[in-house]
Design a protein around this ligand. Structure first.
Ligand SMILES: O=C(O)CCC(=O)C(=O)O
Length: 302
């Protein structure tokens, strides 16, 4: 889908000017897009995850835990593929307002790629360094975006998501280091060269939805506040954007249509793009990769 094709879909959730802001900046924050009843159901599911995680002593394919996670003091970094773990996460997408919001920004035919729940626990939840998502999961065209729902209010000290507006127009940075090892972040030199003067931080009340295009450079600081920052993330694409590398976060819902109909033709944008490592064995998380933790399940990625 090109921006002009996306503009042909009448907006259902957003105003035209919000859509134009997303297409111009490569990101958007929509305050209170998810209502109180959904939030209540989602938080109850999150509480069940936290209970389940008490029995975990090392990260696995569902739970990514901080090194000091304990049964009596859980510290989760991530739940991978939450839609496969509790039906409410899939229902939010298919029955709730999120699918309509996605159609406003990706065109009428929208499909699911992956989902994760990033916690950023109080007093120390890890930083996520500057990166783009395209190097992790390239698709045949750039109508691919991550939608994040703040399950609690997120202020400036809780490590909100932040973007560099306009960076979706390129360049695409290598996320490998000089020795060719995957790092999941921009190189030190590329990060030092970023112009962060126009950076926008997405703070907002519970139920706010952040969106960033998969080419947009983004990051988030460590959470040093006393409040957690649970952020539920869905990667969605236009139906005609095809991934061509292995899906690391396996899900029974991969490539399922969320709105509209399946594509009959793939849309390819021209270019030569660096490939990520082979994720067919799955991966850890961007936190583990960027913190350079050893002994992970598999090559660490997003
Ligand atoms: O949880 C965060 O703050 C970062 C999430 C992120 O960078 C992503 O989903 O691409």
């Amino acid at each position: 889908m090109t921006p002009d094709e996306i503009r042909k879909t009448p907006c259902r959730m957003l105003t035209e000017s919000q859509r134009e802001a997303y297409l111009r900046d490569g990101g958007l924050c929509v305050e209170r897009a998810i209502g109180a009843d959904w939030l209540e159901r989602l938080r109850a599911a999150v509480a069940r995850f936290v209970e389940r995680s008490r029995g975990i002593t090392r990260s696995d394919s569902v739970f990514d835990i901080e090194p000091d996670h304990r049964a009596d003091a859980p510290r989760l970094r991530r739940v991978s593929s939450p839609c496969d773990q509790d039906p409410v996460f899939w229902e939010l997408l298919t029955e709730g307002p999120l699918g309509d919001l996605a159609a406003d920004l990706l065109g009428q035919d929208v499909k699911f790629y992956q989902a994760k729940l990033n916690f950023k626990w109080a007093r120390g939840g890890a930083e996520v360094k500057w990166h783009q998502d395209q190097p992790f999961f390239p698709h045949t065209n750039h109508a691919v975006a991550t939608f994040g729902i703040y399950l609690e209010e997120c202020g400036p000290d809780q490590g909100p998501l932040r973007i560099l507006p306009g960076s979706q127009n390129g360049p695409i940075h290598s996320h490998y280091d000089a020795a060719g090892t995957w790092r999941g972040e921009l190189s030190t030199a590329d990060a030092a060269g970023l112009d962060t003067s126009g950076m926008v931080e997405f703070t907002g009340p519970a139920g706010s939805v952040t969106v960033h295009n998969y080419m947009t450079v983004h990051s988030s600081r460590q959470n040093l506040s006393d409040l957690g920052r649970p952020l539920l993330l869905y990667v969605l694409s236009a139906a005609d954007a095809m991934p061509y590398t292995a899906q690391p976060l396996k899900s029974r819902y991969e490539q399922r249509i969320v709105r509209g109909a399946p594509a009959r033709m793939a849309h390819h944008e021209p270019g030569r793009f660096l490939l990520p490592p082979d994720w067919s064995g799955g991966y850890g998380s961007i936190f583990a990769s960027q913190q350079k933790e050893e002994g992970r399940l598999a090559p660490a990625g997003m």
